[in-house]
Design a protein around this ligand. Structure first.
Ligand code: AHR
Length: 661
């Protein structure tokens, strides 16, 4: 965040713009500091992670080799085989599924005497991002089946064909062994590829060909891309929901997310197609699979690293209802319920328990202290609620402290949603997941959505939301400032109703600029860089200014919910002793308001405001211009508990005022 020091009051900001709405003509906005309304949950603002848009493989999971174990439906996807003769038997895919069901395929390379200059190369996920002076760790499983004296030369090759680094290995013996070699890249390249030259005579088998950068998050092997994790950590999220989203459901039940296939040895994690592979005809990504290198252990570890509560979502015996809509018969639901019980043991059980032992062997003997668990994603209809009820009964019986999350379907106000609300009266989830992918105007108009929610009804998890500049699933949706500002307006309503709303997350989270399927998204990246959208900064400002208690902030006895385009909420942070105001001006003119801090306590004169604004609602950050909409901090001096604030057109202000201890 940029910081500027100013000694003038916030009022001076208005000097840069003509004042059209004069604060003197309107009633003051009164913030009741001494009578907090409700507690704000530490989980209030969190993160929704889904492996969509190359978010995991090709994204946060730092593996650079695509289809490293030849398990894609077309096993040569991502690979180029340089022929040495017309005899195709020099490179074949072998299948050993009878003995290795999780990783059946491997490549067999036959080199006859005199056959030189044979290589295979991998193009990565839309190329490999390589950084000069960074270390790269190559590894491969190999078995020398016949012959000897094999030498494998490993090279990184830039987009224009130049060599960026090299190393070599000498595989020996028939037993499958892992060979590793590290090297430093001499140049950077956005779209490099990996080339492996084979020298020798005989037959060599290879599998799990892997290349990781050395600078992963916390330097972990099999680790995550540090820049992307940092963007998440900077949000100080209250929770991390994973692994989705529709990916939990699968196109059909066969392609549902099964957490047990995502833990243990990475070579034994059974890959499947990514359900977003063929979802949109306008954004086909036939090379999108799930390696599960980022699996449930790594998700829990990520949550722990960034200080977020882990919130896994599990399949409830139903595939995506927009796709196959396959449903498991009720009398065959037990294995699904058992998966949920086993997951709790995996996350929290003692290292002596069956699943706790696997967690412990993976390097985390301590419990992950998982408290929340989602059953089903965006399911609807009676099939969902009868299945949810069976999960609820079994989990409550064995683990009564686990807080369950139920869904309400895909929309926030349609008939499916209304019937879900009725069904939920007979159930007992801790929070209920509501989704809104709607136009920006919907977000502004719905800032009052929770003002009149039943205070004795369910608590809300605003689990997936994003303003759609055109329409849901349009490939032309933009992460523009109008969308982000409208979300900020809406979020003042979430915050004002923190007694009902316990958790919130924007969705989806990540998108690769060359490999996405769904837009808008919170964070975009290419193979080397990443940036936060305007929406990201809105989320971050709410999350890093969460506070502990909601305060009343009223003008003429009413909250600010769009009057003159203005939206506002305020909180108290009892730990830091600060009042935090959030004000959103969605209009194209300056709006001034007198603010009265109603409190018997003294305030510290020096205060800080953070301003996120753009002159145009169309303003947008891009990979080449990531700073168009970015927060700027100002220090200013307050002369008392009453002050005037002039809000720039199209702006979001966060004001932090300290109370004297
Ligand atoms: O966020 C993208 C998709 O939108 C999610 O997978 C799904 O839950 C919703 O329909």
């Amino acid at each position: 965040m940029l910081t500027r020091k100013i000694v003038l009051t916030a009022l001076l900001i208005s000097l840069f713009f003509p004042i059209i709405s004069n604060a003197q003509e309107t009633q003051p906005v009164v913030v009741s500091v001494d009578n907090p309304k409700a507690e704000i949950q530490p989980t209030m603002w969190g993160i929704f992670f889904e492996d969509i848009n190359f978010a995991a493989d090709g994204g946060i999971y730092a593996e650079l080799v695509k289809n490293r174990s030849f398990e894609f439906y077309k096993p040569r996807t991502g690979w180029k085989i340089k022929a040495v003769s017309k005899d195709s038997s020099h490179f074949v895919i072998q299948n050993r599924d009878a003995i290795n069901e999780a990783n059946p395929r491997f490549a067999r390379i036959t080199l006859k005497e005199g056959w030189n200059n044979f290589f295979i190369s991998n193009s990565g996920f839309r190329g490999m991002g390589i950084k000069q002076n960074n270390k790269y760790n190559f590894s491969i499983l190999a078995s020398v089946n016949a012959g000897s004296n094999f030498l494998l030369m490993i090279e990184l090759v830039g987009e224009k064909g130049e060599k960026l680094g090299e190393t070599s290995i000498i595989p020996k013996g028939k037993d499958w062994k892992k060979y590793e070699a590290g090297f430093i890249a001499t140049k950077s390249d956005l779209r490099a590829s990996l080339r492996i030259w084979f020298e020798g005579t005989g037959i060599i088998d290879i599998d799990m060909v892997s290349l990781f950068p050395g600078d992963t998050w916390k330097g972990r092997p099999n680790g995550l891309r540090a820049d992307l994790v940092q963007l998440l950590a900077d949000m100080k999220p209250g929770f991390l929901r994973f692994p989705g989203g529709c990916i939990v459901e699968g196109y059909d039940l066969k392609t549902r997310y099964q957490w047990k296939n995502s833990v243990g040895n990475i070579g034994d994690r059974k890959q499947i197609i990514n359900r977003w592979n063929t979802e949109f005809a306008h954004r086909l990504t036939p090379d999108y699979y799930q390696s599960f290198g980022l699996g449930f252990f790594e998700y829990f570890q990520l949550a722990e690293d960034i200080g977020a509560e882990p919130l896994p979502i599990l399949n409830c015996g139903m595939a995506c209802q927009f796709n196959s809509a396959e449903v498991v018969l009720l009398d065959q639901l037990d294995p699904y319920i058992q998966d949920a019980l086993d997951l709790i043991e995996f996350a929290n059980g003692s290292p002596e328990s069956k699943w706790g032992k696997i967690r412990s062997q993976m390097g985390h003997p301590e419990s992950f202290n998982m408290k929340y668990l989602g059953i089903g994603n965006e399911q609807w209809g009676p099939q969902y609620f009868e299945r949810y009820a069976l999960f609820e009964k079994a989990i409550a019986a064995k683990y009564p402290d686990i807080r369950l999350v139920s869904g309400t379907g895909p929309g926030p106000d349609d008939d499916l949603f209304k019937s879900a609300q009725e069904e939920l009266k007979n159930l007992n989830p801790y929070v209920v997941d509501e989704h809104y992918y709607r136009p920006p105007s919907w977000f502004r108009e719905n800032a009052t959505r929770y003002d009149n929610y039943d205070r004795n009804g369910y608590k809300v998890f605003a689990g997936e939301y994003a303003a759609q500049s055109l329409f849901t699933c349009s490939p032309d949706n933009k992460n523009n400032w109008e969308c982000a500002l409208s979300e900020a307006a809406f979020m003042t309503g979430l915050e004002r109703n923190a007694d009902v709303v316990y958790m919130c997350s924007y969705a989806p989270l990540f998108a690769h600029v060359d490999g996405w399927q769904w837009t808008p998204d919170l964070i975009w990246f290419d193979n080397l860089k990443s940036y936060g959208t305007a929406n990201y900064f809105v989320q971050k400002l709410f999350s890093t200014n969460r506070g502990t208690h909601v305060l009343n902030m009223l003008q003429g006895g009413r909250p600010l919910t769009g009057q003159a385009g203005l939206y506002a909420s305020s909180v108290l942070d009892q730990k830091s002793g600060e009042i935090i105001l959030k004000l959103v001006n969605t209009s194209g003119i300056i709006v001034s308001r007198n603010i009265i801090l109603q409190t018997s306590r003294r305030i510290v004169p020096s205060a800080r405001m953070t301003v996120l604004k753009n002159d145009s609602p169309d303003g947008i950050n891009t990979i080449d211009n990531p700073d168009s909409v970015k927060p700027v901090d100002f220090d200013f001096t307050l002369k008392g508990k009453n002050f005037e604030i002039a809000l720039s057109p199209y702006s979001f202000y966060v004001v932090r005022i300290k109370l004297v201890k």
